[in-house]
Design a protein around this ligand. Structure first.
Ligand SMILES: Cc1cc2nc3c(=O)[nH]c(=O)nc-3n(C[C@H](O)[C@H](O)[C@H](O)COP(=O)(O)OP(=O)(O)OC[C@H]3O[C@@H](n4cnc5c(N)ncnc54)[C@H](O)[C@@H]3O)c2cc1C
Length: 344
């Protein structure tokens, strides 16, 4: 998509002029590692710069997408028309006296923010250790994980420790809002439905012994290592389908015998039935074909219709038109579902 000279001048003025780039491949900026290029790309390095770029986008009516760590998005193989704003606004400020941790919305939850809080003996973020996310992405999706062991009796949500946030509303107003603004739910916030953008957030944390916080972090990292594919060798976008209350999407997929199903380079991992991995050379078209196949089989076999929980961005080629193959399981691997059955 061409940029008019006036839009280009305005974007250059809003950012470090050298940072606006054309035709930038996005796959390396996502955890699944697929997708085409952004017509235009800019990395922003402060909340003010993010706000300025967003104002230009709105004044000039430019199509734009805000990218965090790309852990919950799949980019189409034909790329993104318009501007991708890569949020690298990562300044933070800790007030140990009040337990408040302020962070720009591009701050990385783990290790950066969690390490900062835990080293200061502040509790509230340690549960989310090991999850790839910016602060903005965490609020978009209401980041969640299980409460600490041994009980692990409930799901904890980032909304529980959110004090307030600095947002640029879709009408261009910059203001500080409380938790209610977000209308949080499971995998949901109002950011799904509106063009509001989080510029920064303040978390209210509680004093706790650092040793106990590190125990929780170690236990959660171990839990992940036992059940999830490691991102560096088996790239994924986390869970593909939304939770189905009382059953779990992973359980349904496993019951249909779909683990190890592969289309092109996209595969349902044997480690966890609701996580699809890039097993090498995957395209977004492979992943979309695999998602369609799994959804069709699960609906046919169980009557449940699975809904994706990831965000699809840009233009997609038609899904890959090859028959699914099956990759056998390594006999030594104990999957997440097998662990759950052993515990039940
Ligand atoms: C291996 C793995 C494990 C995971 N485990 C979990 C888990 O246990 N629990 C869990 O909840 N999630 C989990 N996820 C999902 C993912 O980590 C979260 O959804 C995360 O919060 C995404 O953040 P991000 O910065 O990568 O957002 P992105 O994927 O970059 O963006 C996601 C959406 O958020 C929007 N967005 C980003 N920043 C802002 C902002 N500042 N203002 C408004 N909108 C914004 C984007 O425009 C986009 O629509 C996992 C993912 C992976 C890959």
């Amino acid at each position: 998509m061409p940029l008019s000279p006036s839009s280009r001048r305005a974007l250059d003025a809003a950012t470090d002029a050298a940072s606006l780039q054309q035709d930038v491949p996005l796959a390396p900026f996502t955890t699944f590692g697929v997708g085409g290029a952004a017509d235009w790309y800019v990395a922003v390095r402060s909340a003010d710069e993010l706000a300025q770029v967003l104002r230009v986008v709105r004044e000039h009516d430019l199509p734009a997408f805000l990218l965090g760590t790309g852990a919950n998005v799949i980019v189409g193989d034909r790329g993104v028309r318009g501007l991708v704003i890569h949020n690298q606004a990562r300044h933070t400020r800790l007030d140990a006296g009040t337990g408040r941790l302020w962070a720009e919305s591009g701050a990385i939850m783990y290790p950066d923010l969690i390490e900062q809080a835990v080293s200061a003996g502040l509790s509230g973020l340690e549960h989310y250790v090991g999850i790839p996310s910016t602060v903005g992405g965490a609020l978009w999706q209401n980041l969640h994980f299980l409460s600490p062991p041994p009980e692990r009796e409930r799901t904890m949500f980032i909304e529980e420790v959110l004090h307030s946030a600095d947002v640029l509303t879709e009408t261009g107003e910059r203001k500080t809002v409380g938790v209610d603004f977000f209308n949080f739910g499971y995998d949901y916030s109002v950011l799904h439905d509106r063009e509001d953008v989080v510029l920064a957030a303040t978390f209210q944390l509680e004093a706790a012994p650092e040793e106990r916080l590190r125990e929780i972090m170690d236990a959660n990292l171990q839990w992940r290592a036992e059940r999830h594919p490691p991102l560096d060798t088996e790239p994924s976008a986390g869970s593909i389908f939304k939770k189905i209350e009382g059953i779990g999407a992973g359980r349904l997929i496993d019951d249909c015998g779909l683990k190890g199903t592969r289309i092109g380079g996209a595969m349902v991992t044997h480690r966890h039935a609701n996580i699809f991995v890039n097993a090498g050379g995957a395209t977004a078209a492979d992943l979309c074909a695999l998602i369609d196949h799994v959804r069709t089989v699960v609906e046919r076999e169980t009557g449940y219709r699975l809904e994706t929980e990831i965000d699809f961005v840009g233009e997609f080629a038609p899904p890959t038109d090859t028959a699914p193959m099956h990759t056998p399981k390594d006999p030594d691997l104990v999957s997440a579902e097998e662990r759950a059955r052993q515990r039940a």
